[in-house]
Design a binder for this molecule. Structure first.
Ligand code: PHE
Ligand code: CO
Length: 296
């Protein structure tokens, strides 16, 4: 028998909260979810679905419906996998918490998306410092049904394996790309800007802030620009990058990044809130409420 699934979280040490990494792949212990866990899912699901009407990219909600996700209960990975495998050949795997970077890349490169099995506590509805089941399933999984986005995610994983063998700085550049697209991306549609980033759609506050606040910049996606831009892990983003389509993302990232990493290593990075002369600006942020330090 498999050992019981663990919940691996940040731990408080004398250096503050530090992330703890785990590599084990586990069966989703669905029967162990309590009524309170299902209630947490229901509360978050309903709240975000209401907020995301007219804010999230259309296929985001459509795809949740194709999966049969609802507020009724925490979805079963097995059931989602039946839909997902048939559509794009991706598969969800259960994990206990954050994975080491290379392990994460290897899963993506093999079209396996790691999903944290545990869900946040009721007192963490609005914020927690690491991915949980709600962020992973509600936020990331819907777009894996989109064939172009699904290919992008696999290519990103393969690119990560490659970058890890090049230099730590290459990984920094690549991680910025993931952050500003997969986690915090906006997309320009006929109906206006919409959210597709998982970090936004799974956050009540940022779902509104990213689109409606006057504070952040909203700037057209440019690969090198994004890979040079630092970001925030502890506040809403100062800048959101806007793609025109998932095809644009796929095409921009198709070339071999090896020479790009070499070039980027010679160039300084941009602060999270910088606006450059070359930017295609949808909105120049007012900067209200920004902290001066803490970009990573
Ligand atoms: N084309 C990139 C490379 O050669 C890989 C990649 C694809 C990275 C998609 C990110 C996203 O490294
Ligand atoms: Co995420």
């Amino acid at each position: 028998m498999q050992p019981a699934a663990q919940k691996v979280e940040h731990q408080l040490t004398d250096k503050g909260y530090v992330p703890v990494y785990t590599t084990r792949v586990i069966e989703q212990p669905w029967a162990s979810y309590t009524a309170a866990d299902h209630q947490t899912w229901a509360t978050l699901f309903q709240r975000q679905r209401e907020l995301l009407v007219g804010r999230a990219a259309r296929e985001f909600v459509d795809n949740q419906q194709r999966f049969g996700m609802s507020a009724d209960a925490i979805p079963k990975f097995d059931e989602l996998n039946r839909v997902l495998r048939a559509a794009t050949g991706w598969e969800l795997i259960g994990v206990e918490g954050l994975l080491p970077e290379l392990t994460f890349f290897e899963h993506l490169a093999a079209r396996r998306f790691p999903v944290t099995w545990w869900i946040r506590k009721p007192e963490q509805l609005d914020y927690l410092s690491e991915p949980d089941l709600f962020h992973d399933l509600f936020g990331h999984v819907p777009l894996l049904l989109n064939p172009v986005f699904a290919d992008y995610m696999q290519a990103y994983g393969a690119g990560g394996v490659k970058a890890a063998a090049i230099a730590p700085e290459a990984l920094v550049n690549l991680t910025r790309l993931y952050w500003y697209t997969v986690e915090f991306g906006l997309i320009n549609t006929d109906e206006g800007l919409r959210i597709y980033g998982a970090g936004i759609v799974s956050s009540k506050g940022e779902s509104i802030y990213s689109l409606e606040s006057a504070a952040p910049n909203r700037i057209g996606f440019d690969l090198e620009r994004v890979m040079r831009t630092r970001y925030r892990i502890d506040t809403y983003q100062k800048t959101y990058f806007v793609i025109d389509s998932y095809e644009q993302l796929m095409e921009a990232t198709r070339p071999d990044f090896t020479p790009l990493y070499a070039r980027l290593a010679q160039q300084p990075s941009h602060a999270a809130g910088d606006v450059l002369a070359c930017d295609k600006v949808f909105q120049r942020g007012s900067g209200e409420g920004w902290l001066d330090d803490g970009d990573v």
